[in-house]
Design a protein around this ligand. Structure first.
Ligand code: ADP
Ligand code: MG
Length: 881
């Protein structure tokens, strides 16, 4: 560091020292400048020109800047890249300060704590997650500063905590705690493995005093919670406070949540089911399909419910009752939805009011929102169904915050400006003093114009102008050629290129009155605004409560709208172990398919009876679609929605576990197979008798023998040990033999018809295994050359006839399926090595098997088999001497 650093750079370095992890936006006049490393980084990230300050001097430093009025966009980009931005402002008006202007960091903007609407997605909560790892347990807290929500829970281990966090997809994570260091994997690595690329901040230790300070007014409430929960809440609040120094956080209570009340959807299932995200875009997600909400808080609530459906029958039924009510009363639904369209984001407006950040424009939006909300409450109160009042939780006292709505209506003009600096906030006739100041101000300008005319007249200078600048105030300007005609009583003020600027007593006097009126007007406006903000701030909790209520109606009416539009039916949700869907459809695929082209199917599983379906059928028949549609209907039913089916009975599911397709995860340096095995192991470890497991083509990531062997063992384990409801799609026809040995297993297949070697997909589920794989027909569809197809057909026939006969066997040959054994090994009794491998497999305790063990086991078994085949292929080897 240069000893000759300028005072300005010293100021900058102090800010940087206080916030070393943030990019410092340093206010210099109309710009925010970044210096040193920040400048280099930002020039790259934001595509800014890198210049330098104090060029050529010993203390030359890299510099890059953005105009202050355009800063929002740049800050947004940095936040989305996971960076924090510290805003270092000028704390005084530079024109009134001698020497260097004092500067301070007034706010640190971080991805998880922003509150301004420019940086927020209206349909998503903006969660900051805090994790506190103690020696025994793990606490998590979720804080959305933009809505004032704070939720917390404790978990026995990190995996459980992260699994729960993955529902919320936080935008920023802070992690700390005594136990954090003892973890096998560095905490940020473990967190990113589950949550994806999210900024993770290493949090400083939190001692008792710091915890007390961090909890602040919530300390009493937090005391009820466990130590790890308190720690997590404290960390979240401490971080949020540090980001907004001197601001009262809008958090009023800690909502605990009990993870056991929610259907577990781990990140793998979330991804596979494309609940809220899909590589194909929002339209292809379940949320994108069912989100017909009309308010941002409603959209956020629906998203939250979708990622955390319930497991309690009573609560689910209460939600379904609401939806049903809006389905049965279309007029009520339509009127409510019309009113909701104008409500807007009352929740975040309430928070900005609480934070003192509400702009005049926000107040206008609050006014309009409250008026619309009152209308919505009126509509809902008119519900006619006999139990309607109860179902919609309408007690006598819905507080529509009328007093505030009325105050805002009386005060504000129709479209208040985004910034109070622009003025023109209030309605004419609202305040006598303000109106007077306004009249004077407007009048003053008119008088100036009149004075200009008068002076032109008196002097005969037609080009004379009366003008104003901030530095010189009001003056008369006369061009050079006419300066001689200026009266001698005028005082010369300034010489400019084109002429002279003068002043005279009459002008000064008028200017004074105008400036005075201007200042009075401004002062009055600001004080009225401050009063209004106090009123609104005092009512912000009431506004938040109203918003919450309206969000629930919004979600119910939206789900009813969807049920109406897409013909969904109310599911019968109970505590049984049944999962029976008649004419079920895939909610997303049916929308993307041509109207009426989606083929509905029935599924009926029962954990205590027929619990495992082996689904076979040609490629492209619809196996994956079927599996997913069942899982999605469970999610929909348990979040309290109607389902895409003619009828559905859904016994509560505690977890949806899925392993779909052979998606690569090569970016993490693991082979597809390893990922597949890791996920499969996870499923076997976590599934309970109340779970729903969907397995789609597991074993694909490895060779046929390994794959089949593993798929077989996994299916058996699910049937015999876990005993849960399972759908198992497979391309291994050999697996269909499982049905012969277990009464709980059934074979079904998605049908296709073949005529003349062409395949027609019927997408209809039928009993029994698929008869053939249709692979060659699909290949034809895909356009393989005829010669290749012909050769394949010949080979297929030869293989299907079970041997090396040269003469092709008839196509219809059906393989015997009497003995339940692996048909790949069929043809002769299993050899010694094969039997050994099978026995090994049967003896495997899958629950204890780590992915690595599984890998080495497979390698061993494979070794046994290939050794044998080598021996049998090279019979002469042993005898050569
Ligand atoms: P598989 O897993 O058997 O290879 P998919 O489930 O991926 O088949 O389905 C292949 C395509 O068939 C899907 O993209 C979808 O458009 C269509 N499809 C699947 N099921 C149905 C159905 N029940 N009705 C209409 N089209 C369907
Ligand atoms: Mg598939």
């Amino acid at each position: 560091m240069s000893a000759r650093a300028t005072p300005l750079m010293l100021q900058h370095r102090a800010a940087k020292r206080a916030y070393p992890d943030a990019i410092v936006f340093f206010r210099l006049g109309d710009f925010y400048e970044m210096f040193e490393d920040d400048a280099v980084l930002c020039s790259r990230l934001l595509d800014l020109t890198l210049t330098s300050r104090n060029k050529g001097k010993p203390d030359e430093v890299p510099m890059a800047g953005v105009p202050h009025h355009a800063a929002h966009g740049y800050i947004g980009r940095l936040l989305s890249l996971g960076y924090n931005v510290a805003i270092c402002e000028q704390m005084a008006d530079p024109t009134t300060v001698k020497g260097i202007v004092p500067r301070e960091v007034v706010r640190v903007l971080t991805p998880g704590t922003v509150t301004s609407s420019e940086h927020l997605d209206v349909s998503t909560n903006n969660w900051l997650a805090a994790i506190d790892v103690t020696a025994e347990r793990v606490g998590i807290a979720l804080l959305d500063v933009s809505t004032g929500e704070l939720r917390a829970a404790g978990f026995p281990d990190l995996a459980g905590a992260l699994g729960e966090l993955s529902r919320s997809l936080p935008r920023e994570v802070i992690a700390g705690g005594d136990g954090a260091r003892s973890a096998q994997e560095p905490l940020p690595v473990a967190i990113r493995a589950v949550l994806g690329e999210v900024p993770v901040r290493d949090d400083a230790p939190l001692d008792a005093a710091a915890l007390e300070a961090a909890l602040g007014p919530l300390a009493g409430e937090a005391a009820r919670g466990a130590v790890e929960v308190r720690g997590a809440v404290g960390r979240a609040l401490r971080y949020a406070r540090a980001c907004s120094p001197g601001v009262d956080l809008p958090v009023r209570r800690i909502a605990d949540f009990d993870p056991s009340e929610h259907l577990v959807l781990d990140p793998v299932a979330q991804r596979h089911l494309e609940l809220v995200e899909s590589p194909a875009g929002r339209k292809s997600t379940l949320l994108g399909t069912i989100d017909a909400t009309r308010t941002p808080p409603g959209a956020r609530l629906l998203r939250r419910r979708l990622l955390a459906p319930l497991t309690g029958v009573a609560r689910i039924r209460r939600r379904l009752d609401q939806v049903e009510l809006f389905v049965d009363d279309p007029r009520l639904r339509e009127e409510l939805r019309a009113a909701l369209g104008a409500v807007g984001d009352l929740e975040r407006l309430a928070v900005r009011a609480m934070l003192g950040e509400a702009t005049p424009k926000d107040l206008g939006a609050l006014r309009d929102g409250l008026v619309a909300a009152r209308r919505a409450v009126e509509v809902v109160s008119g519900v006619e169904a006999p139990t309607g009042q109860e179902v919609l939780e309408l007690d006598a006292t819905v507080d529509t915050v009328d007093d505030v709505a009325d105050a805002l209506r009386a005060a504000l003009c129709d479209r208040p400006p985004a910034s109070e600096k622009e003025g023109a906030i209030f309605r004419d006739g609202f305040d006598v003093e303000l109106d007077e100041a306004e009249k004077l101000r407007r009048h003053g300008t008119e008088l100036m114009i009149a004075l200009e005319a008068k002076l032109r007249d008196e002097t005969g200078i037609a080009t004379l102008k009366v003008r104003f600048t901030r530095v010189f105030g009001w003056y008369v300007e006369v061009t050079r050629s006419h300066t001689a005609r200026a009266p001698s009583s005028w005082r010369r003020k300034q010489t400019v290129a084109g002429g002279e600027r003068f002043t005279l007593p009459e002008l000064d006097e008028l200017a004074d009155r105008i400036v005075h009126a201007e200042a009075r007007h401004r002062e009055r406006e600001l004080s009225l605004l401050a009063e209004l903000l106090v009123t609104v701030k005092a009512a912000s909790d009431r506004v938040a409560a109203l918003s919450e209520r309206i969000a629930r109606w919004d979600v119910a009416a939206a789900l009813a709208e969807i049920a109406h539009r897409f013909d969904y039916r109310r599911p019968d949700v109970d505590a049984s172990d049944v999962l029976a869907i008649t004419d079920g459809r895939h909610p997303v695929v049916e929308q993307l398919a041509a109207a009426g082209r989606f083929v509905p199917n029935d599924v009926a599983l029962e954990a205590s009876a027929e619990r495992l379906w082996i689904v076979t059928g040609p490629n492209m028949a619809g196996k994956s679609t079927l599996l997913r549609q069942v899982a999605l209907s469970v999610v929909l039913a348990q979040l309290g929605s109607f389902v895409p089916a003619r009828e559905a009975r859904i016994g509560i599911v505690d977890r949806v576990l899925s392993r779909v397709g052979a998606s690569d995860n090569l970016s993490r340096g693991e082979s597809t197979f390893m990922v597949e095995m890791r996920e499969t192991a996870e499923i076997l470890r976590k599934a309970t008798a109340k779970s729903l497991v969907i397995l789609d083509e597991i074993g694909r990531g490895t060779s046929t023998f390994d794959g089949l062997a593993i798929a077989w063992a996994v299916a058996e384990y699910l049937d015999e040990a876990v005993r849960c409801r399972t759908l198992f799609a497979t391309h291994y026809h050999e697996l269909t033999a499982l049905a012969d040995t277990s009464e709980h297993v059934r074979n079904v297949s998605v049908s296709a018809e073949e005529s003349d070697g062409d395949i027609v997909f019927l997408h209809r589920l039928v009993k029994g295994p698929a008869s053939r794989s249709y692979g060659v027909a699909v290949a034809k569809l895909a356009g393989l050359p005829e010669s290749v197809l012909a050769r394949s057909r010949g080979l297929l026939e030869m293989l299907e006839s079970g041997g090396n006969t040269a003469a092709p066997a008839p196509l219809a040959t059906k393989r015997a399926r009497k003995t339940p054994q692996l048909e790949l090994f069929a043809g002769s009794a299993p050899s010694g090595n094969e039997r050994e491998v099978l026995d090994t497999l049967r003896g495997v305790d899958v629950e204890r098997l780590t992915p690595l063990d599984a890998l080495s086991l497979v390698a061993r078994m494979k070794g046994r088999l290939s050794k044998e085949s080598k021996e049998s292929k090279e019979p002469g080897k042993g005898g050569s001497t």
